[in-house]
Design a protein around this ligand. Structure first.
Ligand SMILES: [Mn+2]
Length: 323
């Protein structure tokens, strides 16, 4: 057995109270993995687990089993000391925002992740940069622990896999991801149900908002670069919540010549959140320059500049990468 898998088991066995963290702007991987691990610990180790989130919990994942279990870290006493804190899909500690101090105060910390940019900030770091999602790492851990995976846990891992592979079509889709999908379907997961629940339940206003943002796209360098921006005024005009921006950058990438696509979003005065996607270019050097992180073809950062300035800075940087 991987030494770290048994160390993690040991930590869980010796802990009385456990907290599991998802990253800010949570996605299907961080939420699915959080619930999957929480349910397994509660069932097989008989421990109470707090499934924690920071920021806003997107409603689109409310179809996940036991979704109501999520607790905003803000509602937890900041002086509370957990025996064990586990971060899932959290590339860097600051992605836990105001949860970081509770994570740091825990007696033991564990970091389970698949971001290549993860530097290993916990006592035990289980990082596999080749894994398509954190769910796949958890599946391996549960298998090595010889635990039977319940249908609910299988559903959570399936969502983690489905969302991080973009519905089994990104570069990280391998024989291994299909094998895992097959295993999960054998355990009772319905691919149609999970897909519909996740991708075909958008509010009407969200479809219109996304179309608006896409229609504002500006192309540069013979169509190799596609940028669009979202201001706070746009957000309020459409009554948009944070999850409304989900998936738009992938639409920009569908243009034939596009190599690099970006959505810039004004979060608060002087702050611009950037989501980048590429077809073949490694985005990590670009986002690292702006203090961000992520994967080769999907990455992000926050630029501490007003949106118009951030737009120009990022465009120059992206153009220099293409030259
Ligand atoms: Mn992930």
């Amino acid at each position: 057995m991987d030494k770290r898998f048994s160390e993690l088991k040991n930590k869980i066995e010796n802990a009385q109270n456990i907290i599991i963290f998802s990253h800010v702007s949570p996605d299907g991987d961080t939420l699915g993995s959080n619930i999957a691990l929480s349910l397994m610990i509660e069932k097989y180790f008989n421990k109470k687990v707090v499934s924690a989130f920071v920021g806003k919990l997107p409603n689109i994942y409310s179809y996940l089993p036991d979704f109501e279990r999520f607790v905003d870290v803000q509602t937890i006493e900041s002086s509370k000391v957990f025996d064990l804190a586990i971060a899932v899909d959290v590339a860097s500690k600051d992605r836990m925002v105001y949860g970081t101090s509770i994570f740091d105060n825990a007696k033991s910390t564990v970091n389970i992740d698949h971001h290549k940019t993860n530097l290993g900030y916990a006592d035990i770091n289980i990082i596999d940069g080749d894994a398509a999602c954190v769910g796949i790492i958890l599946y391996k851990i549960f298998k090595e622990w010889n635990l039977e995976i319940t249908k609910d846990v299988a559903r959570c891992i399936y969502t983690s896999l489905m969302t991080d592979t973009g519905g089994f079509k990104y570069e990280n889709t391998t024989p291994e991801t299909f094998m895992l999908a097959a295993e999960l379907v054998k355990l009772g997961v319905s691919p149609t149900y999970e897909f519909r629940s996740c991708y075909e339940t958008k509010p009407q206003e969200m479809v219109q908002f996304q179309a608006y943002v896409v229609s504002n796209t500006v192309f540069y360098n013979n169509g190799k670069i596609a940028f669009s921006k979202i201001t706070r005024a746009d957000m309020s005009k459409f009554n948009a919540t944070d999850d409304f921006t989900e998936g738009i950058v992938e639409v920009l990438r569908t243009s034939k010549n596009v190599e690099i696509a970006a959505i810039l979003k004004e979060t608060k005065e002087g702050y611009t959140k950037v989501s980048l996607r590429s077809k073949t270019f490694d985005l990590t050097p670009i986002v690292v320059d702006f203090g961000g992180g992520g994967h080769t073809f999907a990455a992000g950062c926050t630029i501490k500049k007003p949106i118009a300035i951030a737009f120009d800075k990022l465009l120059k940087r992206v153009q220099s990468e293409l030259e």
